[in-house]
Design a protein around this ligand. Structure first.
Ligand SMILES: C[S@@+](CC[C@H](N)C(=O)[O-])C[C@H]1O[C@@H](n2cnc3c(N)ncnc32)[C@H](O)[C@@H]1O
Length: 289
């Protein structure tokens, strides 16, 4: 233990032993797949201290007892919401959006000859909704025909607080201030600013369905997707969970479908039929231009 952490631990309002930390991290791992190494102890303390205060508790030992008790089902939701890292922003890692529009243009061109006017996107680990709204606004602006298609974005996350924010579609107006062009104009065209708030327009919201889904569990979706975004989610998982998810995503894609991962999530192992085409951008099967 470093001198610094000894001082930090001495200053703590609640006692928090290594065993209690290990108990919480193994519960979080089994519930979410999120791996929390020993260096995350201060983070876990910081995120849960407020919850202990709300519950009028005096120690993490009491909190662990609550999680062991019959009432634990109610509490695990709070635990998961507190532990997940939800950092996101509009048009994050913007290099994906051009390839996304090119893919949608090609699919709509090919499919408009058929009666199948469906284009399905899944934003897996969507946090508070900035990612699915970025996808929707960019596609509606670059491929306008999609507005009359069965163009749906399924936006899923584990954290119910984030999903509620996404469903509301209301953000701070300054959330788009530092976005580069042309993305800033695209999002501005699809929202209303009133006072300090930004309201996503209904015609955009109509294309998005927010739903709670734990990526570790069974996925209830029956249809296959044209595009899957799972960005900055796999980094929290171990290699086995990550490989397993990528293989399941590949199964969920239509032939020729596109998978986008976060910039630090390039794959060392991947299914044979998944091919890299550009930075952290993969396609299922051979892609013709
Ligand atoms: C850092 S955010 C990424 C948000 C967005 N994709 C982006 O790149 O800006 C990671 C999200 O993954 C979600 N997450 C973590 N584990 C999950 C799991 N097992 N199932 C579903 N979502 C999970 C978290 O709740 C969090 O909102």
């Amino acid at each position: 233990m470093t001198q610094q952490s000894t001082i930090a631990e001495r200053k703590r309002e609640f006692s928090f032993t290594h065993e209690e930390f290990k108990k919480l991290t193994s519960l979080v791992y089994s519930l979410t797949g999120i791996v929390l190494g020993d260096h995350k102890k201060d983070m876990v303390y910081g995120r849960l201290a407020r919850r202990l205060r709300e519950l009028g508790m005096r120690s993490f030992s009491q909190y662990c007892d609550l999680l062991d008790s019959k009432r634990s089902d109610d509490e695990t939701g709070f635990l998961v919401n507190a532990i997940t890292t939800n950092l996101t922003k509009f048009y994050r890692e913007s290099h994906h959006f051009e390839s996304l529009a090119a893919h949608a243009q090609k699919v709509t061109r090919d499919r408009s000859r058929l009666s199948d006017k469906t284009f399905l996107v899944w934003s897996a680990g969507c946090s508070s909704g900035e990612e699915p709204y970025s996808i929707a606004t960019y596609l509606l602006s670059k491929v306008p025909s999609l507005s009359s298609w069965n163009f749906k974005i399924l936006a899923t996350d584990l954290d119910t607080n984030m999903l509620n924010k996404g469903k509301a579609g209301v953000y701070k107006a300054d959330a788009i201030q530092s976005i580069d062009e042309p993305f800033k104009s695209v999002i501005s065209d699809h929202c209303n600013i009133r006072g300090d708030s930004l309201y996503i327009k209904e015609k955009v919201k109509n294309h998005i369905h927010f739903k709670q889904l734990n990526l570790l569990h069974q996925w209830p979706m029956k249809k296959k997707y044209d595009v899957i975004f799972c960005r900055n989610v796999l980094i929290y998982f171990d290699t086995q969970t990550k490989n397993n998810l990528v293989s399941r995503y590949t199964d969920m894609l239509r032939d020729g479908g596109m998978l986008c991962l976060g910039h630090s999530e390039s794959l060392h192992e991947k299914p044979e039929n998944l091919h890299l085409h550009g930075r952290t951008t993969y396609f299922k099967g051979e892609v013709s231009s």
